[in-house]
Design a protein around this ligand. Structure first.
Ligand code: NAD
Ligand code: IPM
Ligand code: MN
Length: 368
């Protein structure tokens, strides 16, 4: 059997910095756990634009389609903000998601005990939190037509985006959420705005249909997304799995990130339909962006990207034990008080660098 293939796309800003630490972790598993990958690297985002004039080449797109899993760092940065819309760095990432049809974006928000006092919320509210947001990733207002900036025929302009969901698009992501819930706390809360949007009415009806016909054993509730945002901050432990659309999922997952202490902690998995080898099409990336304010300074927290690799071990390679092992190593390092700058308050603790955090996690893996 050939080794499974991993395509690594470090991207921009802190992307390459955090990905360098993931490369060391991958090497560790190859050397110590008989778990070798065929790793190749490519360009995405601004890095690809600088080299090729496009945020994703057709060749890299094709490699991503072939890979057993793709790992991505982050894309974007202020130097690219004025580029034409179709060649903006973010378009590269959106093309990957759309063409690989990665419709289910899993964004777990787990609060490690060692960080419970660092969250902006009270310890009580976040300690022990284990929440999974399932964000629809290939449709909705991110991709709906018509879209664009046009003349409004009255001397002004109009900016248009369209929220659009089909029955099947809603049903398939709902199934992903129910499947996950069965392996966790068996509860799904679906969020939309059925009070003001027709697409929200359809969303609610179709999620309910999937529940009633296929997953009646799972506890399903519905919430308006604005109230959901409030509840995520008020008492997040009421939730097990949240399923929601592309835009609401984007907003709610950034909010949930702060429950864990830092955006630098949150991994994600974007999954599509199974390939011929039975593995799902998959892309793994941290929830955070390219963090231009700290890029190039060795300050970035690599944990979100490292935990994204742990998700790859679990969801693409059926290595749940190894994923547990890596997550435990991260937990141990945090319990030992190792902190990058984003995890430090006013208490005078000295931060470690990005590679210092990598060193500590490798040492914890060694200790087993
Ligand atoms: P961001 O996530 O890059 O940064 C927000 C804040 O969080 C910054 O203060 C940053 O320093 C901090 N932060 C983020 N990740 C961190 C880490 N690992 N360690 C320590 N601190 C961290 O969001 P932004 O500033 O709104 O966006 C910057 C650029 O990134 C934009 O071009 C945006 O489009 C892009 N972006 C890309 C992705 C992605 O590639 N998936 C996601 C979000 C934003
Ligand atoms: C994310 C990001 C992306 C999104 C951008 C960079 C396209 O914010 O992954 O959360 O909006 O989906
Ligand atoms: Mn986002």
């Amino acid at each position: 059997m050939p080794n499974p293939s991993l395509l690594i796309l470090p991207g921009d800003g802190i992307g390459p910095e955090v990905m360098a630490e993931v490369r060391r972790i991958i090497d560790w598993f190859g050397a110590n756990r008989d778990l070798a990958f065929d790793v190749s690297e490519g360009l995405v985002g601004g890095a690809s634009y600088d080299a090729h004039g496009t945020p994703l080449t057709d060749e890299t797109m094709a490699e991503a389609q072939e890979a057993d899993a793709v790992l991505l760092g982050a894309v974007g940065g202020p130097q690219y903000d004025d580029l034409d819309f179709p060649v903006k760095p973010e378009r590269g990432l959106l093309r990957l998601r759309k063409e690989m049809d990665l419709y289910a974006n899993l964004r777990p928000a787990q609060c490690f005990d060692a960080l419970a006092d660092f969250s902006s919320l009270k310890r009580d509210v976040v300690a022990g939190l284990d929440l999974m947001i399932v964000r629809e990733l290939t449709s909705g207002i991110y991709f709906g037509e018509p879209r664009g900036i046009m003349d409004d025929n009255e001397g002004g302009r109009v900016g248009i985006n369209t929220q659009r969901y089909t029955t099947e698009e809603i049903r398939r992501v709902a199934r992903s959420a129910f499947e996950l819930a069965r392996r966790r706390g068996n509860k799904v809360c679906s969020m939309e705005k059925a009070n003001v949007m027709e697409s929200g009415i359809l969303w609610r009806e179709e999620v309910q249909w999937v529940h009633d016909n296929e997953y009646p054993d799972v506890d399903l509730s519905h919430m308006y997304a604005d109230a959901g945002a409030m509840q995520i901050v008020r008492w997040p432990k009421q939730f097990d799995v949240i399923v929601t659309d592309n835009l609401f999922g984007d907003l709610l997952s950034d909010a949930a990130a702060m429950l864990t202490g830092s955006l630098g902690m949150l991994p994600s998995a974007s999954l599509g339909a199974p390939m011929a080898n039975g593995r799902p099409k998959a892309l793994y990336e941290p929830v955070h962006g390219s963090a231009p304010d700290i890029a190039g300074q060795g300050k970035a927290n690599p944990i979100a990207c490292i935990l994204s690799f742990a998700m790859a071990l679990r969801y693409s390679f059926d290595k749940g034990d190894e994923a547990d092992r890596l997550e435990k190593a991260v937990e141990q390092v945090l319990a030992d008080g190792v902190r990058t700058g984003d995890l430090i308050g006013e208490d005078g603790t000295k931060p470690v660098s990005t590679s210092g955090m990598g060193d500590a996690i490798l040492a914890a893996l060694d200790k087993g």
